[in-house]
Write a protein of this length. Structure first.
Length: 365
C-alpha cells in the first residue's frame, strides 16, 4: 500500500463520517438486543391465568380412562389407562387461557417443556390457532420422553400442520402454512403411539414455558455489523479517493527544466539547495542570484502554479517525509532540519500538504 493510500485509510477510519454512523449502528443494535433480552418468558404452567382439562378418545368411540388428575403450583399429574378396543387410544390435557380469548405469543420461538412419563414413550403436542376460514387448526409435533424428569426445547418452527388436516381441508401436501401465533387459542398435550396399553400410566408435567432462543438472531447481527462497517468504509474511502484524484493540485518537487543558457535556472537551483535555511526569502534569493523578485514570483507561478512560499514549503515537506520514514530523528529535529524554526508551524504545514500530522505519517510508514 502506498503512503498516500495508507494516509487515506487512516483518515477514513478517523473521520466523523465513518465513526458516527458506525457508533449509531452499534447503539441501534445494542438497543435491539436489549429489547429481546429483557422480554420475559410466558409461563403456560404454572400460571393462574390458565385452566387445564383432560380429554380422552371417548369422543371417537374409544374407551380409555382417566384414573386420576391433579393440579397444584408445581405439578400437573394424570394417571390413566388406555383401552385397546380403539385403534389408536389416547388421552391428553388442554391448556387454555381462562379468558377464553386468543393470546399473542408471536414474540416466542421455542417451547420449554419439563416432563416425565411412566409407561409413556412419546407425546404429541399441538398449538391451536385460526387458519384460513377455520376457527382453529392444530399445528403438531412429537416428543420422545423418559421416566426421568427432563427439560425439552421445542422450536415453534417444528410445529406443522398434520397431513390428515391438509387432506380434510384440501390443502396441497407440499404447502406448510404457519400458525397465527398472535391468535393462539390453546395448547394440547397427549399420548402418541404408546405400545404398552395394559398397565396404568402416569404423565407428570412440571412446567411449560414459551421462551425465545436469540442465538440465531445474534449470529445474524454479528455478521450484519462488520459487513455494514466494511461497506460504509469502502464507500467513504472510494469517495475520498475519487475526490482526491479529481481535485488535488500536485506541485512537483523538482527544479525547472529550462534552457541552460537562461540565468533563470540559477534561482531554482539556489532554492533547491538552500531550502533548509529558515531565513530563506524571495529577497535573499533575488540578492544571491541577481534575478528580480518579480521575475522569481512570475516564473514559479507559471511553472508550478503556486507562490514562492508554497514552493519552498512543498520542497521542505517532501524532504521531511523522507526523513520521517527513513531516520529516527524526532519530529522537532526533522522540522528544524528542513528549514522550519517552529515545530507547531511545521505540523500545520505538514498536515495541509499531506493530510495527516507528522506523527500519524510516521506511524503509517
Amino acid at each position: 500500500m502506498s503512503v498516500a493510500s495508507k494516509s487515506m485509510f487512516v483518515q477514513t477510519i478517523r473521520s466523523t463520517g465513518f465513526l458516527l454512523p458506525i457508533l449509531l449502528l452499534l447503539c441501534s443494535l445494542l438497543v435491539f438486543t436489549l429489547y429481546y433480552e429483557i422480554q420475559p418468558d410466558l409461563s403456560v404452567f404454572p400460571n393462574r391465568e390458565f385452566e387445564y382439562h383432560t380429554y380422552t378418545d371417548r369422543a371417537n368411540e374409544g374407551n380409555s380412562t382417566i384414573l386420576g388428575f391433579q393440579v397444584n403450583d408445581s405439578l400437573i399429574q394424570v394417571d390413566f389407562k388406555l383401552n385397546d378396543q380403539f385403534q389408536s387410544p389416547y388421552i391428553g390435557i388442554t391448556l387454555a387461557p381462562k379468558s377464553q380469548q386468543p393470546i399473542d405469543v408471536s414474540y416466542y420461538n421455542e417451547l420449554l417443556f419439563r416432563v416425565q412419563g411412566e409407561g409413556i414413550d412419546k407425546l404429541g403436542l399441538s398449538i391451536f390457532t385460526p387458519l384460513m376460514s377455520e376457527p382453529e387448526a392444530p399445528f403438531h409435533t412429537f416428543l420422545s420422553i423418559s421416566e426421568k424428569t427432563t427439560s425439552y426445547h421445542l422450536p415453534i418452527d417444528d410445529f406443522l400442520l398434520p397431513d390428515w388436516w391438509k387432506e380434510l381441508h384440501s390443502i396441497p401436501m407440499k404447502e406448510n402454512p404457519r400458525p397465527a401465533l398472535d391468535q393462539t387459542l390453546h395448547l394440547n398435550i397427549g399420548t402418541a403411539y404408546t405400545p404398552n396399553i395394559v398397565q396404568p400410566m402416569t404423565l407428570k408435567i412440571h412446567s411449560i414455558q414459551l421462551t425465545r432462543d436469540n442465538a440465531p438472531l445474534y449470529t445474524k447481527l454479528a455478521l450484519i455489523y462488520p459487513i455494514s462497517c466494511l461497506l460504509l468504509f469502502l464507500v467513504i474511502f472510494l469517495t475520498k479517493a475519487y475526490h482526491a484524484k479529481n481535485t488535488s493540485i500536485t506541485v512537483q518537487y523538482q527544479a525547472l527544466q529550462l534552457d541552460k543558457k537562461q540565468p533563470i535556472e540559477s534561482f531554482i537551483d539556489y532554492i533547491n539547495t538552500h531550502f533548509q535555511d529558515s531565513q530563506l526569502s524571495i529577497e535573499s534569493v533575488a540578492k544571491e542570484t541577481g534575478i528580480s523578485p518579480r521575475k522569481i514570483t512570475q516564473t514559479i507561478k507559471e511553472q508550478f502554479n503556486c507562490n514562492f512560499k508554497s514552493y519552498i514549503n512543498h520542497i521542505r515537506i517532501k524532504e521531511s517525509q523522507r526523513l520521517l520514514s527513513s531516520t529516527r530523528l524526532n519530529i522537532g529535529e526533522v522540522a528544524y532540519k528542513v528549514g522550519f524554526n517552529n515545530q507547531s508551524h511545521f505540523n500545520r504545514v505538514f498536515k495541509n500538504e499531506v493530510g495527516q500530522s507528522p506523527s500519524e505519517y510516521r506511524d503509517c510508514t
